[in-house]
Every structure is written in C-alpha cells, then in structure tokens.
Ligand binder design. Structure first.
Ligand SMILES: N[C@@H](CCC(=O)N[C@@H](CS)C(=O)NCC(=O)O)C(=O)O
Length: 214
C-alpha cells in the first residue's frame, strides 16, 4: 500500500488536525505522522513544505497532496471504500455529510471563545449568548442523530463515522469549558471520549510541553 502521511499540529491545540487523525486511527488505517508545533517562528515555513494552504492537517499519499480536514476524510472514504467512513443507508449518509459540512463551515463563536485545549479545565470560561446558540444547534444535531440513526452503537450514526470525527474537538471543548449537557448528549460525549483513538490523542496532548496562549 502506498504510504499515507498525515501532517498535523500540536495535539493539545489543533482541532482541525484531530478530525482526520481520529478517523484514520479509529478505522484502522496505518499512516505516518508528522507533527509540527504551531505558532513558533518556524511553523509557517515547516507547514509550507507540505501544505499549499499553509495550514494543517494535510495528507500526503503517493504523488497526491490533500489539504483541509473534510477533504482528507472524503478522499480517504473514496480511496478505502471498505472501511466505514459514512453510514451505508442513503438518508443517514446525507445527514452525516450535511452535519460534517455544517461543522466545517459554522460555529465561529464557539471556536473563537472556547478554543480547543485538551488538557486544560476552564469551567464557565468563554460562555456568551452567541456561544450558547452554537451549543444549542450542536446539541440539537447530536440528539436528532442519536434518535433517528443511532441504533447499533453509541456514535451519531450508531457505528463511528466521519461525522463523529468532525465533532470530536467539540466534545473536547465541552469537557474543557464544563458545558452542561442533557443525558443524551452527555452519553454521546462520554462515548467519543472513550474511543481508543481519542484516548491515545488525549494522552499525547497531555504529554506535550508547548503552551499556546488562548
Ligand atoms: N479549514 C481547515 C482549517 C485548518 C486550520 O485552520 N489549521 C490551523 C491549525 S488547527 C493551522 O494550520 N494554523 C496555522 C496557521 O494558520 O498558521 C481544515 O479544515 O483543515
């Protein structure tokens, strides 16, 4: 198999990197990882060696370069169709694609006010009415997916899919900032945290030494 290489940022902070990394690990793909510490004087030139956008994550596969978290997941779904990247059933798959794209393009207030910081605990910090609106939309998505498609497992569509990878950094933020969740969303968040690949990421994040002020 042609070597897959995923270039990522610091595990404690790089929410976009977590998404494809988690999906690849959780679905059992072997890949090489290159970690670049973000926001140092060398970060920009190091990232530019691999990524035309100047951002991580970026996937290198043979002569191909794929940048942007969602494009990487979609590329891998096409390249490795035997793995369970998306729900099999069309209605569920359509919703999985829509909520993944919604995550990718929305929730700016949550991102800005509650940046991912896996190992920190800041209960109550960052909450604003706009952030609460983002949280309300996200928890509505989670409840609807669990109710309509959740049979067969404890992920949004039962078994793990790209959609869970896209929302995993939100789960980490909810833990860091002590966001109170209803029973359904809390159970979902706990299930994401318990994924072996998520545990591996969190352990590595807590072992990192870099501190980025946020
Ligand atoms: N939409 C992009 C966002 C990528 C992004 O913003 N990555 C951040 C790290 S989480 C980055 O590379 N920042 C470095 C910089 O902007 O210099 C994606 O989905 O991959």
């Amino acid at each position: 198999m042609t070597q897959l290489t995923l270039v990522i940022g610091n595990k404690n902070y790089s929410s976009w990197s977590l998404r494809p990394w988690l999906a690849m690990k959780q679905l059992g793909l072997n890949f090489k990882e290159i970690r670049i510490a973000l926001y140092t004087s060398e970060s920009s030139s190091q990232i530019r060696q691999y990524s035309p956008s100047g951002k991580v994550p970026v996937l290198l596969h043979g002569h191909l370069t794929v940048w942007d978290s969602l494009a990487i997941c979609e590329y891998l779904a096409e390249e490795f169709p035997n793995l369970h990247w998306l729900p099999e059933e069309k209605a569920a798959r359509t919703v999985a694609r829509s909520i993944s794209a919604e995550m990718h393009s929305s929730f700016a207030s949550l991102r800005q006010n509650m940046p991912m910081n896996c190992r920190a605990r800041f209960p109550g910090k960052g909450m604003t009415p706009e952030v609460q609106k983002d949280i309300d939309r996200i928890t509505t998505i989670w409840r609807e997916c669990r109710q309509n498609f959740g049979i067969g497992g404890d992920m949004l569509f039962g078994k793990f899919t790209i959609a869970d990878a896209m929302y995993a950094p939100v789960v980490s933020r909810f833990v860091t900032y002590g966001v109170q969740l209803d029973t359904v969303c809390n159970a979902y968040a706990e299930a994401v945290f318990a994924l072996p690949a998520m545990q591996e990421w969190l352990k590595a994040a807590s072992d990192e030494q870099e501190i980025i002020a946020n």
